[in-house]
Design a protein around this ligand. Structure first.
Ligand code: GPU
Length: 842
């Protein structure tokens, strides 16, 4: 009969050896190929969405080539890798980013024009994968782009939620949440890895066994499920390096559990298996607050266990097994405490499965992990009840107690009988129901701990982690956040990118933002300034168009576009912004015809989601919409003032909003916003900031110069005093007249007779103004007047905006990642060879 020849790998390689072509015909053939074979369409008569799909598959093929080359090369080089663990990745749309990074945008544009399609229209067909809440998730995505671009061997590990962050609708002025079933039409950007699955256990018990005179722990029983890998290739810019974002999805265990089937209740047994799918089904929509739900802990453990098993498996594929080499091959970065159980899981694997002794395992772990903190707000610091951990992860609780014991021994050595120290440093909080403090666990288990902006890191060292800092000063570092100029300038603002290309003579600035320094002298060139103004105008037009379509509001293109987009939070003070808008409205209403002529027209645009359970945040959205209703329909006001609430703020509409902004507000109470990252995106796009000295604003102020930013408000050193003063002052004295007047108008129903609007005012009125809206209001008004004064001089405004753009280079995530690699990971870049004639290294 028929017999296969002996396997001939060189023959197979030869067949795989050529790369996909990138000439026009090759691109068109590949698109049409996917129409016919992937989408199974018979004729070239399909919707825009189908052509988006075919196009994506064509781009995916090219991504996969680079991706496979990268994985093979890193393996052959035995590269040290950095693993970025995060419960959230807000990567945004993939198509344009992939084309730009592969340098194929122009080629595909032309190929498609021939077929009768406009590339830009197809971009809009893509769903926005929204597997994150806000800044923390978006930061993880910017970091992956920089890791790939800078040729660092790395992986992102996260969860493939079936439902991302809810879609925000506005009904009757209120936020309404609708589920985001983003996988409805498939996802061409992921590769399902049926061969990469790990078993995950929950509940059960710990059995002690004696093994050659040593006591060992075996975790048994309970329930097991499977985590399956889905890889999204992340291409670097102008490099063959393409890294993986590996997301885990839960599945029922692959073996049948015969004991439950044997009971005869076939359907009940199947139902039990179905439950496994539920674990990764939905992202928790809380930003900087903790829910404390069992399902959330299951999600965290699933991510952590699957990722650590994967990392250990990859490590064990090396030629010789030497556990002491682990930290020289593996660096794990914890994106906040959400994946902190990874520390415990690696210990469990090393001790219980690989049979290392406790101390050796602990050495390895504490050399491999690092932890990034993203907030000092106490309500966001994760704590899990001991009873819950004991039930769900009994062996992990034992290990946590072991770690705590070893650590507190050290504390006792250093500070004998200092109960205060022991109490605040302990991983376990003893008051009330015992709780595990995830931040303490993360610090103790990590080599380095970092904050995300200078002021934030200083606060970590002097407030919430003071005792840790005193004990281990060298553990603490600052890594000021950054954002990727690929997505936030090159993709979002192609006209500005083209201007840079032209004036600088190449696109090198995309990889080296410091090149923008060379443009300092161009600011005195009137033609350059006019070009910049023209670009801002085009971006404003695109935005006006989008606002008309999504909000049914017509904006005056000549008005000042004033934007605040971020999650709705009391500390971010959207309330202060809308209260000022009311004040401004009242001023316009009272103005004489002479005064009216001098008023600068404004369009004040808000965007952002409120956590579904955050009542005060939701009421602020209602207030904004109620105020918008009145102002936008007041004929006396006309074009002088418009207010819009843009629904469903996300990555893809940020790419339209940010380039159009002229003023953006970052006005958190000093000491509350760890960093902020959209502030960086706004300045990169030539926008002025109205802000407080909080988070990264402090460093933006240093970078652009005080003459190019509007700074106001209480500074961090004074916040506690001002809060004290607020609590000790009669509200009628504490709140300035300007604000009391606004309160009165709201009370009187000027923006609708709705109790809820009054309640918002009440939330700050009676000695509860914890975020100092009243204290900062007068200074805010003054800063707003400076904004108006400058806007009356369009050239001055433009020049200052340009200074913001060209002095923003520090805030590229390339700089941030470089610092992590040098100072935390000790990681060297490894560049994958560019495709030559031959694909494979033999
Ligand atoms: N941040 Br904690 C989140 O977006 N979600 C969180 O759960 C926590 C922090 C943000 C910070 O609020 C923001 O200031 C920072 O720029 C961002 O993380 C990235 O570091």
């Amino acid at each position: 009969g028929l017999q296969a020849s002996p396997r001939d790998t060189s023959k197979i390689w030869e067949l795989m050896d050529s790369y996909q072509g990138s000439d026009k015909l090759a691109l068109q053939q590949s698109i049409v190929h996917h129409v016919e074979y992937t989408l199974a369409r018979t004729r070239f008569d399909f919707s825009k969405f189908h052509s988006y799909q075919a196009l994506s598959h064509s781009v995916r093929d090219r991504l996969i080539e680079a991706f496979n080359d990268t994985n093979l090369h890193f393996h052959q080089m035995d590269a040290k890798r950095i693993y970025y663990l995060s419960l959230e990745f807000l990567i945004g749309r993939c198509l344009q980013n992939a084309l730009v990074n592969l340098d194929l945008e122009e080629d595909y544009r032309e190929a498609l024009l021939d077929l009768g399609y406009k590339l830009e229209e197809l971009y809009d067909e893509e769903v926005d994968p929204a597997l994150g809440n806000g800044g923390l998730g978006r930061l993880a995505a910017c970091f992956l782009d920089s890791l790939a671009t800078l040729n660092y061997p790395s992986f992102g590990y996260g969860i493939r939620y079936t439902y991302g962050i809810f879609k925000q609708l506005i009904k009757d002025g209120y936020q309404v949440e609708s589920p985001d079933f983003w996988l409805n039409h498939g996802n061409p950007w992921e590769i399902e890895r049926l061969d990469v699955q790990y078993q995950i256990r929950f509940y059960g018990f710990v059995k002690k066994v004696w093994d050659h005179g040593v006591e060992r722990s075996v975790w048994e029983g309970g329930e097991t499920i499977m985590a399956r890998a889905y890889d999204t290739p992340i291409p670097g810019y102008n490099t063959q390096n393409t890294i993986a974002l590996r997301l885990w999805k839960s599945h029922p265990a692959s073996e049948f559990d015969f004991s439950s089937f044997n009971t005869g209740d076939y359907f009940k047994a199947l139902e039990q298996r179905q439950k496994a799918e539920y674990i990764t089904s939905v992202l928790y929509p809380n930003d900087s607050t903790e829910a404390g739900k069992e399902l959330r802990l299951k999600q965290q453990y699933l991510l952590v266990s699957a990722s650590m098993q994967d990392i250990v498996r990859r490590f064990k594929r090396r030629k010789v097994l030497d556990w002491n080499a682990f930290p020289s091959k593996v660096a794990v970065q914890l994106n906040d405490t959400h994946p902190a159980l990874a520390i415990v899981e690696l210990l469990r694997i090393l001790i219980d499965i690989e049979q290392l002794d406790n101390m050796s395992a602990w050495q390895i772990v504490t050399k491999s992990f690092n932890y990034t903190n993203h907030t000092v707000l106490p309500e966001a610091l994760e704590k899990w009840g001991v009873p819950l951990i004991e039930k769900l992860l009994p062996r992990h609780l034992e290990i946590i107690y072991l770690i705590n014991f070893l650590f507190l021994e050290k504390v006792q050595q250093k500070y004998p009988n200092n109960w205060g120290k022991l109490n605040s440093l302990s991983i376990v909080e003893e008051e009330g129901t015992k709780k595990v403090r995830m931040a303490n666990l993360s610090i103790v288990g990590s080599k380095f701990v970092n904050g995300v902006a200078k002021i934030h890191t200083e606060l970590l060292k002097t407030t919430i982690f003071k005792e840790f800092f005193e004990m281990h000063p060298n553990k603490f570092q600052n890594k000021t956040n950054g954002v990727t100029p690929r997505r936030w300038v090159r993709c979002a603002n192609p006209a500005l990118a083209a201007l840079y290309d032209r004036v600088l003579g190449s696109d090198k600035w995309v990889l080296d933002m410091e090149q923008l320094k060379q443009l300092e002298s161009n600011v005195s060139d009137p033609q350059f300034v006019r070009d910049f103004q023209m670009i801002k105008m085009e971006n404003k037009e695109r935005f006006v168009h989008w606002i008309r379509k999504t909000c049914q509001v017509d904006l005056n293109i000549d008005s000042l576009f004033d934007i605040q987009v971020k999650r709705i939070h009391e500390y971010k003070r959207q309330l202060m912004n809308i209260l000022y808008v009311i004040y401004r409205y009242l001023m316009i209403k009272e103005s004489t015809p002479e005064e009216r002529k001098r008023i600068v027209p404004r369009s004040v645009c808000f965007g952002g989601k409120a956590a579904p359970g955050y009542i005060n945040a939701k009421r602020v959205i209602k207030l904004i919409n109620s105020v918008a209703d009145v102002i936008n329909n007041d004929h006396q006001i006309g074009d002088l003032l418009k207010v819009v609430f843009m629904p469903n703020y996300n990555v893809s509409n940020a790419q339209i909003i940010i380039p159009a902004a002229e003023l953006s507000q970052h006005i958190s109470t000093a000491g509350t916003e760890a960093s902020g990252t959209s502030n960086m995106k706004f300045i990169m796009n030539g926008c002025l900031i109205l802000g407080t000295l909080d988070g990264a604003n402090v460093e933006i102020d240093e970078a652009v110069g005080r003459e190019n930013i509007f700074i106001f408000g209480t500074q961090v050193e004074d916040v506690d005093n001002m809060k004290e003063k607020m609590r000790n002052t009669d509200p009628h004295e504490y709140f300035p007249q300007e604000l009391l007047k606004v309160f009165t108008e709201i009370d009187n129903g000027r923006f609708g007779h709705n109790e809820e609007l009054k309640w918002i005012v009440d939330s700050i009125r009676y000695k509860n103004d914890n975020y100092l809206v009243g204290q900062d209001f007068k200074d805010y008004i003054k800063a707003q007047q400076q904004v108006d004064d400058l806007y009356r001089q369009p050239n001055e405004w433009a020049k200052k905006s340009i200074y913001n753009a060209i002095r923003s280079y520090k805030f590229s995530s390339d700089r941030t990642i470089q610092e992590y690699a040098d100072e935390i990971w000790q990681l060297k870049p490894i560049k994958v060879p560019e495709p030559a004639a031959q694909k494979h290294e033999r």
